[in-house]
Design a protein around this ligand. Structure first.
Ligand SMILES: [Zn+2]
Ligand SMILES: [Zn+2]
Length: 283
């Protein structure tokens, strides 16, 4: 650790960059392995039996697919680390106003920046995600992620190089615009990997109301993103349902599929209306 710290402080920028790289890589690796692996172990292995009544599809992803996802995700981790190195170098050069002592700007500002990091990331993800679904970009930029037709928590970082770079660009960009504490960045990253891995786990973990609707309907549920993998063209959002609703890209049968996943019947008239919407959407 001491050797790494002296590397990071080195005046020579290349030596400093290597020190920063060696410092960030284990953190980024741990985030993926513990985040995706933790969700997989808990949801898809240990509690899979108890959660059987919340399984979204009858089939499960094959080991072969998950192996591919892990290998590709390690490449993504490397790209995230390179972006991290650039971010730390930019902060050292005084281009970013990141800080360590929360009290410097207060807890209210800390909470505000954390909320902005998450809400702005959702917007960044929604719009870049719609962009990379464009037929001219999809094959080169986003096909790898959709090879996982039935995703697993390991799908979380299964990105083409360009898609990984688009995702890696978000943090340095927002930090350039907003002075942010290191602790807020860490919480943002933890929330990101957990929501990402959970969104791909194949079991509906989000609480439902008695009428079969999501309790927090403004949040994307597991069914929400699972439907994106089953039928691309709908549900581009990451954390929240706002953008999909505003832009009319939420799957017309989303609430029905969610109700099915939590084994609760949606109100019959709502199902009929959704069915009608769906057939007119297909026509
Ligand atoms: Zn997609
Ligand atoms: Zn996905």
């Amino acid at each position: 650790m001491e050797a790494q710290a002296s590397l990071i402080e080195a005046a020579d920028p290349v030596t400093a960059a290597i020190g920063i790289f060696l410092h960030i890589l284990p953190n980024d690796l741990a985030r993926y392995v513990l985040g995706a692996g933790g969700v997989f172990l808990l949801v898809n292995v240990l509690f899979a039996g108890r959660l059987a009544g919340r399984k979204i599809r009858p089939s499960s992803p094959k080991a072969e697919q998950m192996k591919r996802e892990v290998v590709i995700s390690l490449r993504t981790t490397l790209i995230f680390t390179l972006s991290g190195v650039a971010t730390v170098l930019a902060a050292k050069a005084g281009w970013l106003a990141t800080y360590y002592v929360i009290a410097e700007r207060g807890w209210a500002y800390f909470a505000f920046t954390l909320a902005v990091l998450i809400v702005a990331h959702d917007a960044w993800f929604y719009w870049t995600h719609r962009l990379i679904h464009h037929p001219r970009l999809f094959r080169r930029v986003h096909r790898t992620h959709h090879k996982s037709h039935n995703p697993s928590p390991w799908t979380a970082y299964s990105f083409d190089v360009a898609e990984a770079a688009i995702n890696a660009a978000y943090l340095p960009l927002i930090l350039f615009l907003m002075p942010t504490s290191v602790q807020a960045i860490i919480l943002f990253l933890l929330h990101m990997i957990l929501r990402n891995a959970i969104g791909h786990c194949g079991y509906e973990l989000f609480p439902s109301r008695r009428d079969g609707r999501p309790l927090f309907d403004w949040m994307t549920t597991v069914t929400h993103h699972d439907l994106h993998h089953a039928q691309a063209g709908w549900n581009y959002g990451l954390y929240f349902t706002w953008w999909d609703r505003l832009m009319g890209t939420e799957h017309p049968l989303y609430h029905e599929k969610y109700a099915q996943a939590v084994r609760k019947p949606l109100d019959g008239s709502a199902v009929a209306a959704l069915g009608q919407q769906m057939s007119s959407a297909r026509a």
